[in-house]
Design a protein. Structure first.
Ligand code: ADP
Ligand code: 5GP
Length: 197
């Protein structure tokens, strides 16, 4: 049976390892389309406009919201982030599945607009480990870490609304599981979610 291009959303609390997991997935599956999101936050050292994100001014972001250019957008930690429709639709129409790595509210919004999207929730092995990862990354100050952790507790409660849950304990193992999810949904439309070992 032919593979069908699908829209996958990889979501979960900040610091759980979404970015790391999706980067590994991209290495293993270079054929998967990954969209570049737009954001109003400032670039971090080393981030490149058009590759890491499209870094937009507040005015430009608002203009694009009003023009209906976003598939979804959300306010995350005081800045706006969004997926451009043009990015996702172009890849899917070329027969490429797309993986969106976005925050939890954004993921649920995508499901409302695109019920055929496959929502994958990445869970930490524990809240203590999530905290270790957030602090270990060293990109947020203490207040930002606290804010992300308190958000994470709420976000973990929405995991049940996602189609698939993957615990990011061992990175390679979690990526194996993510690959199996992608294969399953591309091949048979995801009639079963039992893809674990
Ligand atoms: P997110 O994109 O969800 O905010 P990141 O990908 O930035 O999270 O990961 C947060 C931190 O956790 C990084 O320092 C990353 O190296 C680390 N990390 C990611 N996955 C794992 C894992 N499976 N085990 C241990 N550390 C991990
Ligand atoms: P960061 O500033 O650390 O790069 O990202 C902060 C949060 O924004 C992360 O949880 C990330 O998943 C989320 N994010 C990144 N791009 C998008 C997007 O296009 N839409 C939504 N809703 N969230 C995004």
């Amino acid at each position: 049976m032919a593979r069908q291009a699908r829209l996958f959303v990889v979501s979960g609390p900040s610091g759980v390892g979404k970015g790391t997991l999706v980067a590994l997935l991209r290495k293993r599956r270079p054929e998967l389309g990954l969209t570049v999101s737009a954001t109003t936050r400032e670039p971090r050292p080393g981030e490149v406009d058009g590759t890491s994100y499209y870094f937009l001014s507040d005015e430009e972001f608002s203009r694009r919201v009003e023009a209906g250019e976003f598939l979804e957008w959300a306010n995350v930690f005081g800045h706006r982030y969004g997926t451009l429709r043009s990015e996702a639709d172009r890849l899917i129409s070329q027969g490429q599945s797309v993986v969106l790595e976005i925050d939890v509210q954004g993921g649920l919004n995508v499901k409302r607009i695109r019920p055929d999207a496959v929502l994958v929730f990445v869970e930490p092995p524990s809240l203590e480990e999530l905290e270790r990862r957030l602090r270990g990354r060293g990109t947020e100050d203490e207040a930002a870490v606290e804010c992300r952790l308190s958000n994470a507790r709420r976000e973990l409660e929405t995991a049940g609304q996602y189609d698939v849950r993957i615990v990011n304990d061992d990175l390679e193992r979690a990526c194996d599981e993510l690959e199996r999810v992608i294969d399953k949904y591309e091949m048979d439309g995801g009639s079963s979610t039992d893809v674990r070992d």
